[in-house]
Design a protein around this ligand. Sequence first.
Ligand code: AMP
Length: 427
Amino acid sequence: MAEDDSTTESPEKQNLDDHAFAALGLSHKVVRAVAKSGYENPTNIQSQAIPVVLEGRDVIGSSQTGTGKTAAFALPVISNLKAHGKLRCLVLEPTRELADQVTNAFRTYSKFTNLKTALIQGGVGYGRQIEMLNKGVDVVVATPGRLLDLHKQKNISFKDIEVVVLDEVDRMLDMGFLPDVKRIVKLTPRKRQTLFFSATIPSEIEYLAQWSLTNPFTVDVGQRRSAAETVNHCLYPVAREQKMELLLRLLNDMDYQSVLIFTERKLDAEVVARKLELNNHEAVTLHSDRSQRERKKALDGFKNGDFEILIATDVAGRGLDISGISHVVNYDVPRNAENYVHRIGRTGRANTEGDAITLFAADEMDQVKGIEGYIEQEIERVTIENFEYAFTTLLQKQEIARPVRRGRNRGYVPANTMPFNMKGRRR
Ligand code: AMP
């Protein structure tokens, strides 16, 4: 139930008028929800985008998740929609997990209004989704395939759409969704507001942006490579056959609360999970071979602390909004340099420091070079003490004795140092 929001003289109202989000022009009900969420100050993308979205302008933003992007579009959209009516806002997301998270964000930020948000995603039955649509909703957050199915079956109409949000467009491109996205946008009224977000803007996306946006305001908060700058991240050279052993040792040395481990392949995610379980670690996996129910159970279990370790592949792990991840471990070096930045960006969210570790075998040298080129930074190599390293060319003297530049600090540290103190932080 929405609470009564009408008392203008209450101390709470007074405080909300002074709230940093009120100054951006958001409605009182939205500011109240923001305050309730515990946000004190807008993030960079929020202070840039919110006033422009409130004005009704199109926006193109090159900011990735973890920067407060969802609130940057959801808060002004909710503020403009005001009260329950027709379906007026469509948000497209590349994955079910992201659609779920963004739906929750819309529901949280609109809790003091009577606006309704429906989640439309594949992998689950049609019944409840059709029921919700029939009851009437203001916002639909959807993955493209299921949304088109429902439209074909005439269960949803886009004729009153006023705002279209295309979120994580580069991910939609990776997943082959761009034709569906274009089809959906074509079905919405020409006169609409379009908000377009993509961590990177390759040429295919630039084309879609030009086609779908009108005189957009560009929000570029320079976050594309930010995780590489804000997160403590380092490489652990090791012989391939010792990766598991080193992982177990690192987990023992760390004082971790929640660890997100990435593997390139689904099968490896399962193998690593089984081995961790055999060594008394609570681990769950998240990848596309698992059913929607299993994925939700894994994610919820990880979020509420039932499992300390979540092992995910890139598709499943991208954009997950899980606060408090203390460490990210790349069991494999990602083949795609951009994925490296996305993976390590899962920690160090909301300006907290995070540690990201990459286990690195000799046959992954090309990937490492690719990543270092992409982030324009040499990543520190770290070995640990009292570990019986098997021979690998990576650990030959000239490799590890080479002084390396540490992030932005420009300090030179020998590679052969203990990476963690008892609190799990690098020294
Ligand atoms: P996003 O980039 O939308 O995935 O948001 C990342 C995380 O930051 C989410 O957990 C949000 O709840 C949180 N967040 C968003 N805006 C703020 C803010 N202004 N202050 C503090 N946390 C925020």
